[in-house]
Design a protein around this ligand. Structure first.
Ligand code: T4K
Length: 412
């Protein structure tokens, strides 16, 4: 697809002022990375020829083996998506009561627990890691707490050690939402073998995708068995239903895509890394803008380019910058604004009335996630940076121009 770029050299070129949008097709956050198409078609033909389309076929078996190998986990169970995967893990652990988790996450993390009849207990995050603050978690532990659910947000690992210590002290379960963290490490060990289990997403928008899909990893033999059972209606053998279960299976077509994606993962990460360095180098010169860093001593997938804007220093608020970018057809996102505690059903439940999470709320009022991945070329990144620079260096005029336009739609 040809993405035409209209040059932007001065303030008047900005689309928010009336210029042409920089891109004639939208530049998305979360454009899928597509691996080797020929291999994908070959795999699909093999699936069709085999007459085996789902229920633990060859593609799924290969996918599970590869994910276990790359994460170093003893077991991997493929699932239809990470949301179902999280619910299955909670059920397999026998959780009931409250689950301590961040509000600073995609709403699926909270919904997965609420859907299982568990109560999310939203906890603030550490301002440095932007993941669960272990001291805050400990403060929230009560006799109702079933477990802790950490999220390796934007591929940056949780304080695994701190959370594990709290879990051990109170005899709690600990699981990690690793939806963003394929290919990442914590203290040199791959994400995938921490806590009782970790759950990856292979959604289309993730660094490696299987259209829709997820993978649960664990080192616990018993738990792995229960997870597999519960993801397949509770069947042990052909006619033997031994437990409550659901349908959490991944199809062969999804697994085929997953296998192709895993084969190209290094290349996807290299594109992300190139884009990240470019964004960082260019935007680092802008006072009041910072890019959430990746720890260079760890393995990262560089999949979420998160920029934080300081309104006092730049003179520009986050939503005005977002409006400028969207006018240029750069569909940047406010992941995960406004936070789970501020969306339904949580915000209307008495348990969450008046809940304040100051660090979470501050982070979510300042951040923008920018496009990356194989679909974002170097010249696209340079153009996005140029738009941001022009907006900030003309902050006052940009604010007036944005005010004169329609506000961001509610679902923007
Ligand atoms: N935990 C965390 C921390 C998560 O981030 C997620 C999912 C989960 C759990 C649950 O995992 P899964 O159950 O999905 O496996 C998207 C994804 O739907 C969601 O999977 C993902 N996180 C989240 C971060 O992003 P939305 O509501 O932003 O989706 P949407 O439709 O707005 O698409 C995002 C962008 O990607 C758009 O700019 C369009 C673009 N896109 C999307 C698709 C599907 C494409 O260009 N092509 C595509 O095929 O949630």
């Amino acid at each position: 697809m040809l993405v035409q770029i209209y040059p932007k050299s001065c303030f008047n070129d900005l689309a928010v002022i009336g210029g042409n949008p920089a891109f004639n097709v939208p530049l998305h956050v979360g454009r899928p990375n597509i691996g080797n198409r020929v291999e994908f078609i070959q795999r699909i033909n093999a699936v069709l020829d085999s007459g085996w389309l789902t229920n633990q076929g060859g593609q799924v078996a290969e996918f599970e083996r590869r994910v276990a190998e790359m994460t170093g986990a003893k077991h991997c169970v493929a699932v239809c998506n990470a949301t179902i995967g999280l619910g299955i893990v909670a059920k397999a652990l026998g959780w009931s009561g409250e689950v301590i988790m961040p509000s600073l996450t995609f709403v699926a993390t909270a919904h997965a627990m609420q859907w299982m009849g568990l109560t999310p207990r939203f906890c603030d995050v550490d301002p440095e890691t932007r993941t669960l603050d272990a001291r805050e978690v400990e403060r929230l532990v009560t006799s109702r707490t079933a477990g802790i659910l950490g999220v390796h947000l934007w591929g940056r690992p949780c304080d695994v050690e701190g959370l594990s210590a709290v879990a051990r002290r109170y005899g709690l379960g600990l699981i990690f939402d690793a939806a963003h963290a394929l290919g990442c490490s914590y203290r040199g060990t791959s994400i995938g073998s921490f806590g009782d289990a970790e759950v990856f997403s292979f959604h289309a928008t993730k660094v490696a995708n299987s259209f829709e899909g997820g993978a649960i990893t664990t080192n616990n033999d018993d738990l792995a068995g229960r997870i597999r059972l519960m993801g397949n209606f509770g069947f042990r053998g052909m006619d033997n239903v031994v437990d409550l279960g659901t349908n959490g299976k991944m199809s062969e077509v999804s697994a085929a895509m997953g296998n192709v994606s895993l084969g190209s993962l290094e290349g996807f990460i290299a594109s992300n890394r190139r884009n990240y360095e470019l964004y960082r180098n260019i935007l680092a010169t802008q006072p009041g803008l910072s890019i959430v860093a990746f720890d260079r001593s760890e393995r990262n997938n560089f999949h979420y380019i998160v920029v934080e804007i300081d309104e006092e220093q730049t003179g520009l608020d986050r939503d005005s910058l977002l409006a400028v970018l969207r006018a240029e057809n750069v569909l940047a996102r406010r992941y995960f604004w406004p936070g789970c505690h501020k969306v339904e059903p949580y915000r209307s439940l008495p348990a969450y009335a008046g809940l304040r999470l100051p660090v979470t709320e501050q982070i979510l009022s300042r951040n923008i996630v920018l496009p990356t991945g194989t679909a974002a070329q170097e010249e696209d990144v340079i153009m996005v940076c140029k738009i941001i620079e022009l907006a900030i260096s003309n902050a006052g005029a940009v604010r007036s121009a944005v005010c004169a336009r329609d506000p961001l739609p509610v679902d923007a």
